[in-house]
Design a protein around this ligand. Sequence first.
Ligand code: AP5
Length: 214
Amino acid sequence: MRIILLGPPGVGKGTQAQKLSGEFSVDQFSTGDILRDAIKNNTSLGNKASSYMVKGELVPDDIMLGLIEKVLFGEDKPDGFILDGFPRTISQAEGLTKLFEKHKIELNAVVLFESDTEIIADRLSARRTCRDCNAVYNLISNPPKEEGRCDKCGGELFQRDDDRKETVMKRLLVYKKQTEPLIDFYKSSGILRKVKAVGSPEEVYKLTKSVIGG
Ligand code: AP5
């Protein structure tokens, strides 16, 4: 399985990626999680990325393309992958296409999740993430069993800095301007599949599996 999950911030890409990865034993790569881990570990990647992320802006394309090449085609090259949060600009998508051509691999599908801005804003304000394993929760739709603790690893749950209201609005604008053009980019390649991400996570998962033939 080689798929890209596309859609606005908070639409549920990470939630669906974790479900697919668990059921189909395929590696999930969230560029947001990779960057947040880099910031936590104070690496040079983290230092470069943090000023953009805190403002809700995109990290520059050259940094992101270098990162994804290492992740997908470096030493621990995965057989399949679910990309969550990459690509996010036309330049990233073009760079990724060139990498696939160079390594002679093909994408199975690009799944576009769609939802309303109000639903997204509500989901993000209630999101909590595990500091240790990056599992995603929601105080309303998917609360942890014990308040503030991850069900899977017992790690501390925290609220992301960029989930503050002003930053969420900025991220939605950035998505519209820089990432939405990818819909036409992938439509023309015939592998774009749309999913209405409005029901429960389980309902959305059923739809997701049906569009990728799982
Ligand atoms: P990133 O971490 O990728 O953030 P994002 O794309 O904004 O997406 P989110 O993680 O906010 O949302 P999601 O769609 O995964 O939703 P989730 O499943 O968590 O990127 C963060 C930053 O990193 C960017 O702003 C940028 O600076 C940088 N960056 C990353 N990649 C980059 C790139 N390629 N280029 C440049 N910069 C990059 O769900 C949200 C909440 O809703 C959760 O609480 C969840 O439990 C809940 N939920 C999910 N589905 C449902 C449902 N069906 N019903 C009810 N609740 C639900």
